[in-house]
Write a protein of this length. Structure first.
Lengths: 113, 112
């Protein structure tokens, strides 16, 4: 089966601009998660979708971040406006249920200059 | 979720068994032990999880002590491609907070 796909793999934007990251989960996986690792820090949970509904968004850093999952398929994470501290690697993961392990994508490396 | 403690780094010779310890002395009765790893520049990869019985799959074995306060991940025949950061995570299975709490993990270096 195809894995979790993230696009783009790299993005370099200027401070104040908008960037949208996309995640295509494994087909049939209702659960979709976003995580990120900023420079020198640990991987942190951002939010969790079950189908198209946000189950838990307690990790979202502030209102500059907006995640959507229209139709319960792919998800987007928009950062608007981007700040320097948003630089890092953003990972998406999906799972069929919450019982087993998650499958992570390769991540999107975001650099805000 | 309970806190875990892992060594910062470990070395292991190629072909030998790599034994990665994890302490989770505050683990609750309904919390599972999960292991993930992150190979450089890739996304985290799920390895194995367990509650109280030892578990084995095609990647590794998980040994959990009887009191469940610690566990060991065993890679039976380590290869150079097993060099990665290994994360021990304790969480309620299918419930509680949704996010995985990644700590600093153990940087395992497989030596040729």
């Amino acid at each position: 089966e195809a894995g979790v796909t993230q696009f783009p793999s790299h993005s370099v934007i200027e401070k104040g601009q908008t960037v949208t990251l996309r995640c295509d989960p494994i087909s049939g996986h209702d659960n979709l998660y976003w995580y990120r690792r900023v420079m020198g820090k640990e991987i942190k949970f951002l939010l969790h979708f079950v189908k198209e509904s946000k189950q838990d968004e307690s990790g979202m850093p502030n209102n500059r971040f907006l995640a959507e999952r229209t139709g319960g398929t792919y998800s987007t994470l928009k950062v608007q406006p981007a700040e320097l501290e948003d630089s890092g690697v953003y990972f998406c993961a999906s799972s069929h249920d919450r019982l087993g392990g998650y499958t992570f994508g390769s991540g999107t490396r975001l650099t805000v200059v | 979720d309970a806190k875990t403690t892992q060594p910062t780094s470990m070395d292991c010779a190629e072909g030998r068994a790599a034994n990665l310890p994890c302490n989770h002395s505050t683990i609750s009765g309904n919390e599972y032990v999960y292991w993930y790893r992150q190979i450089h520049s890739q996304g985290p990869q799920y390895i194995i999880h367990g509650l109280k019985n030892n578990e084995t799959n095609e990647m590794a074995s998980l040994i959990i002590t009887e009191d469940r306060k610690s566990s060991t991940l065993i890679l039976p025949h380590a290869t150079l491609r097993d060099t990665a950061v290994y994360y021990c995570i304790v969480r309620v299975k299918g419930g509680g907070a949704d996010g995985l709490t990644f700590g600093k993990g153990t940087h395992l270096i497989i030596q040729p």
